[in-house]
Design a binder for this molecule. Structure first.
Ligand code: AMP
Ligand code: GLY
Length: 423
């Protein structure tokens, strides 16, 4: 396939990375994005349909006669966007709504894992305020409490404080009718993004996100404050075990479901000291900011690979990765991950590094262009600065060199991204 037009759905840094990767694909002639952001507008044509407007996106894809739709976030997948696109015979990279339940319902994901014998933490569903005390006794501290709602990684409380744990359980029960308490898994996390269809799967180089807002993994959970790839914690032996104990059983289960799973299965791993991987969570899409550090590692044509998965012929497609390192550091608005202050001018975001083997540039996320041409913050995670280099330390150096030159009042970023790999 050459000269295809692709529509990317979403408006974050992940979608900027997707649009950029697709725009560099030989197979792709035009990239569209909806609704996109100021970053996607530099490499794609932005459209005004929001990710909540499923019928609007289907109509846009039909009107544009795109060859492929690539769905970034989970919301439209859970809401059935891929189901509707397939009814219109438009290939979609992203699972149907039933497949998306792996992310949409944590209980469903746990039950699937239990039925397949996939390693993951023990859990209990808590429905009564009266049973809170008993639950806290049957799990050891630190307690892990998860609301079963789509919360962008922010609906999870991990705490050694009994008071905080009680509070999280109470809030969950009162808001949603029930909440989950889960065995605490210790070790080091990694994200393995798996492109999958019924014919086969491809594991992308493992990456590592940094979920907590502050240095040394302190403060509340966020959507992700920075990432790098490949992550050395995912040794060849860990990756073999991940493939055999998690990805293969999941692929077998999903390929045999009534409608095949075509898209990305994001495997959030906890790797313990012995190198045993357990699943912390599944997501049904590329991670953000993991996409910003894995998409640049594609050696093969990204458009071809995503189209092959959307058409169920991934097994015929060779997907290769470059032997380089990538890092990205998120710049967040004042207040993130709590109440965010938006609408401020961002300066210095467009500087880039191009020194042959070392590249540095900015992936924009919650940033829009004002009529005056200025870039204005419009969300929690505003942008991330990405470095690509022969070594992780050089990639990080590029990321930090760029972020240090950016000016956004009240913003913050972590200055220890990659610390586990550099240790
Ligand atoms: P989730 O939304 O399920 O990915 O959870 C967000 C973050 O909370 C994860 O990336 C982990 O850092 C932490 N977390 C979730 N579940 C557990 C667990 N069972 N044990 C330890 N940490 C966890
Ligand atoms: N970075 C975590 C996620 O995308 O869920």
């Amino acid at each position: 396939m050459v000269g295809m037009e692709v529509l990317v759905v979403g408006s974050g840094g992940r979608e900027h990375a997707l649009a950029l990767g697709l725009s560099k694909s030989e197979s792709v002639s035009v990239v569209h994005c909806t609704p996109g952001n100021a970053g996607t507008s530099m490499v794609a044509i932005n459209h005004g349909v929001l990710t909540t407007d499923i019928e609007g996106i289907v109509k846009l894809a039909s009107d544009l006669r795109v060859t492929l739709v690539v769905v970034g976030p989970e919301g439209p997948l859970v809401a059935g966007l891929s189901d509707r696109l397939r009814q219109e015979s438009i290939p979609s990279f992203g699972p149907h709504s039933e497949g998306a339940l792996l992310e949409g319902s944590k209980i469903h994901a746990k039950m699937v894992m239990d039925s397949l014998g996939i390693p993951t933490g023990r859990f209990e569903k808590v429905e009564d305020l009266e049973s809170i005390e008993g639950c806290l006794k049957s799990f050891d501290s630190p307690w892990v409490i998860k609301r079963d709602v789509l919360a962008g990684g922010k609906g999870v409380t991990v705490t050694s404080s009994r008071k905080e744990a009680c509070e999280a359980l109470r809030i969950g029960i009162e808001s949603d009718g029930y909440v989950l308490i889960e065995e605490h898994l210790s070790g080091e996390e990694a994200s393995v993004l798996v492109i999958m269809d019924e014919s086969g799967f491809v594991m992308l180089p493992a990456s590592q996100d940094h979920k907590r807002v502050g240095n040394n993994d302190t403060g509340p959970n966020t959507g992700g404050m920075g990432a790098y790839a490949p992550a050395p914690v995912a040794t060849p032996s860990v990756l073999t075990r991940t493939r055999e104990e998690i990805v293969e059983p999941m692929h077998h289960y999903l390929r045999n479901s009534e409608i095949p799973y075509r898209g990305c299965l994001y495997v959030g791993l906890m790797i313990d000291e012995e190198g045993s991987p357990s699943v912390v969570e599944f997501n049904v899409r590329l991670g953000d900011p993991e996409a910003q550090v894995t998409i640049p590692l594609f050696e093969s044509d990204l458009g071809e690979a995503l189209l092959a998965a959307a058409e169920g012929r991934l097994a015929e497609t060779d997907v290769e990765f470059r032997n380089v390192h990538a890092s990205t550091v998120v710049l967040a608005s004042e207040g993130y991950p709590g109440n965010v202050i938006s609408g401020r001018i961002i300066e210095g975001w467009d500087s880039a590094i191009d020194e042959g083997q070392v590249l540095g540039f900015t992936h924009l996320a919650g940033a829009t262009r004002a009529e005056s041409g200025e870039l204005i913050s419009s969300g929690g995670r505003v942008l991330s600065t990405t470095g690509i280099a022969p070594s992780l330390s050089e990639a990080l150096e590029a990321s930090y060199q760029i972020i240090q030159g950016i000016n956004l009042k009240g913003s913050h970023y972590r200055d220890d991204i990659g610390f586990r790999a550099l240790r």
